[in-house]
Write a protein that binds this ligand. Sequence first.
Ligand code: ATP
Ligand code: MG
Length: 268
Amino acid sequence: MPDFDKHRVKKNDRVNLSKTETDGKKIESDRAACEELCESLRTELISLQARLYSEGKQKLLVVFQAMDAGGKDGTTRSVFQGANPQGVVVTSFKRPSDEELAHDFLWRVHKAVPGNGMIGVFNRSHYEDVLVVRVHDMVPESVWRPRYEFINDFEKMLTASGTRILKFFLHISKNEQKRRFQERIDNPEKRWKFDPADLEKRKFWNAYEKAFEDMLEKCSTTECPWYIVPGDQNWYRDLVVTGVIVETLKQMNPQYPAPPDVKGVVIE
Ligand code: ATP
Ligand code: MG
C-alpha cells in the first residue's frame, strides 16, 4: 500500500507548489497495480459508505480545489462511482448569486454541509473566497486576509459537530493544463467544457499558485488536513483520494444500527 500520508500538509510545513511533484508516474511506476488497488479500495469505500448511511450519526465532508482542468469533476465521478447516490451529495460552487453576495461568504457553504449519515462533496468551496477572489482583487486584502482564520474556525466548529473534513488540492502542471485545454478544443465530447475565460485565468498561474500555497499552509490542521495530490495522472490521483477517504472512514468506523428482534417473526 503506498504511503498516502506523505501527501498531507503538516502543521508548519512550507509549501512550494512549483517544486512539488505533479507526476504520479514518478511516485508509482506500476500503473496496473495502482488501478487494481484502487478498484479494491473502491469496494471498501462502497461498503463503508453503506454503514455510514445506515448508522446515521456521523458525516464526512470532502473538498476539492484545483487549477482549471485540474480534475475535480473526474475525481468526483471516479472515486464515488458505485456508492449509494442517496448518501452522497455533490455541491458545485459557482460564481455567487446576488443573494449569496448579500451575505457573508460562508452562508451558502454552511447550508451545503452534509447531515448525519451523509458524505458531502464540494467541487470548489469556501476556499474560492481566498483564491479567485484574492487573485482578481474582487475584495480588498483587509476583507480576504482574515478569512483564513474564519475558515479554520468554521471547520473546527463542523468537526466538533461530528463532521470529518478532508481537503484535496489536485495538483497539475502548467503543461498538463495546456494539454487538457487543447483536448477540450479538439474532442467534440469535451468541447462543452472549454471556457475561454479559463485562458485568461491561466495568465494568472503564478498568482494562483501563491494563493494556493497560502491556503495550504494556513488551513491544513491535524483535524482538517489538506492533501496535495499529484494530478497529472488520473490513475494515481484517484488512488490517493480513494485511499485517504477509505482510511478516514475506517477510523470513523460506522456501524449498522442494532437490528430489531426478529426471533419468532413469521412472514405470512
Ligand atoms: P470546471 O472546472 O469543470 O470547468 P467550474 O467549477 O470551473 O467547472 P464554471 O461554471 O466553469 O465551473 O466556473 C465556476 C466559476 O465560479 C469559477 O471560475 C470559480 O472561480 C468561480 N467562483 C466560485 N466561487 C466563487 C466566489 N466565491 N467568488 C467568485 N467566483 C467564484
Ligand atoms: Mg470552468
